[in-house]
Write a protein that binds this ligand. Structure first.
Ligand SMILES: Cc1ncc(COP(=O)(O)O)c(C=O)c1O
Length: 433
């Protein structure tokens, strides 16, 4: 086990007691002991339609045997155009251009570069600053951690893009603990953009504001009612682009296709990944307003590259095949509607954990729930880790971030599996110190 330096993992702990997954089907993993593990986290928020889905597996198998790779620069293959058409057809109305990348982190850094370059090609080159938010997670590349606000992920890398600032987090347990769905309080957190940040920096220097509509990886922080709309209004007033990072919230997680549609707020750019291919092949994408695309086209000569950016694996044929099959499957099985239909039941079961040991907040939307625990004195994060391990011992996979548990199952989950998920968490909490 020596050679593999595992990402985002307590390597020494893992190697002392490995948790090894060897196969998967539907809602379940199988580990190397032959145990079935209920997948309460859709892998890493990405296995939207459950595991080992035939139409996706077969599409990828066919693709690898037909066209394994094609260079994406100055060349293309038909599936790239088909995947873009399919994605745009299901995108929020008004976002009609798709740019493919290899992951969520790449999508974010691409979006930040696109925003800055967009202003420049329009002759507004002073707009270079990027505004993120505390407790935001936008992947791990330098752009993403610069605008991100996950303190633990930043402290090892005290180098940032120079021109960034952060809105405050909307997390407000004093007023919003145990909210069901969108919290009542906190729309005014958006006003800080105008009152503090734009005043401090001068609005004409700001290129874009990027937020996760619902912050996932920092602990399921649901936006307060009206908050995103206010951000949109302020951005509009000052010619600032609004980017929604929908790497988690895209593809049905919140009980609607996109968070943008769920909240009725259209950003200028959406970043997505994860569910785009059901987690089967790495892929990310940007959904972009045509005005942004057209500005690049208008600014460059006929044979010039309009946006000098892309990756070796942009629009990889296997990823495109997986995306096409995944989006078809989501539509054919009406999985986003299914998530919406199950969300009331899921909410009830999540909130039934109230009163269990250490539970200081429960929050939920669609098929995602966050359960925030009291931290152990002097050992923040250890209780979350313990609960995760105890759930694993009982055959259930959940995510934890510090002392917050995140539950986000594949959208094919059945009610009895929702029961088991939350009952296992309850029993893990009771067994925990
Ligand atoms: C909102 C958000 N943005 C970006 C990322 C990074 O995606 P990736 O791990 O595919 O680079 C994530 C991953 O969890 C995410 O949740």
């Amino acid at each position: 086990m020596d050679a593999f330096w595992m990402p985002f993992t307590a390597n020494r702990q893992f190697k002392s007691a490995p948790r090894m997954l060897v196969s998967a089907d539907g809602m379940y993993y199988t580990d190397d002991q032959g145990r079935k593990i209920l997948d309460g986290s859709a892998g890493l928020w990405c296995v939207t339609a459950g595991h080992n889905r035939k139409p996706i597996v077969e599409a990828v198998q066919r693709q690898v045997a037909t066209l394994d790779y094609a260079p994406p620069f100055q060349m293309a293959h038909p599936k790239a155009f088909e995947a873009a058409d399919k994605l745009v057809a299901m995108a929020p109305k008004g976002l009609s251009k798709a740019f493919f990348v290899g992951s969520g982190s790449e999508a974010v850094d691409t979006a930040l570069k696109m925003a800055v370059a967009y202003h420049r090609v329009r002759g507004d080159a002073a707009r270079v600053k990027l505004i993120g938010r505390e407790r935001g997670y936008h992947g791990v590349n330098f752009g993403g951690i610069s605008v991100g606000g996950m303190a633990g992920n930043r402290k090892h890398f005290p180098v940032s893009l120079p021109a960034v600032d952060h809105l405050r987090s909307t997390h407000d347990l004093a007023r919003n603990a145990f909210s069901r769905g969108e919290p009542e309080h906190g729309a005014e957190f958006a006003d800080e953009l105008e009152a503090r940040i734009l005043t401090l920096h001068d609005p004409s220097t700001i290129a874009a504001v990027i937020v996760e509509p619902m912050a996932g990886s920092t602990g399921v922080l649901i936006p307060p009612k009206g908050y995103l709309r206010r951000l949109r209004e302020i951005c509009d007033r000052y010619g600032i682009l609004l980017i929604f990072d929908e790497v988690i919230t895209g593809f049905g997680r919140l009980g609607a296709d996109w968070a943008a549609n769920k909240f009725g707020v259209l950003p200028d750019i959406i970043t997505c990944a994860k569910g785009l291919t059901n987690g089967v092949v790495p892929m990310g994408a940007l959904l972009v307003k045509p005005e942004i695309h057209d500005a690049f086209m208008a600014a460059a000569g006929e044979r010039m590259i309009e946006f000098p950016h892309g990756y070796t694996y942009s629009a990889h044929p296997l990823a495109c095949a997986a995306a096409i099959a995944s989006l078809d499957l989501y539509r054919d099985e009406q999985l986003f509607e299914r998530a919406a239909g199950l969300s009331a039941y899921f909410e009830e079961r999540a909130h039934a954990l109230r009163g269990q040991p250490y539970v200081k907040d429960i929050r939920n939307l669609g098929l995602v729930a966050g359960i925030e625990l009291d931290s152990r004195a002097g050992a923040a994060g250890q209780r979350g880790f313990d609960v995760f391990l105890k759930c694993w011992e009982q055959g259930v996979l959940v995510r934890f971030t510090g002392d917050i548990l995140a539950v986000s199952p594949p959208l094919i989950i059945e009610k009895h599996e929702i029961d088991r998920l939350f009952e296992t968490i309850a029993s893990a909490l009771r067994a925990c110190e």
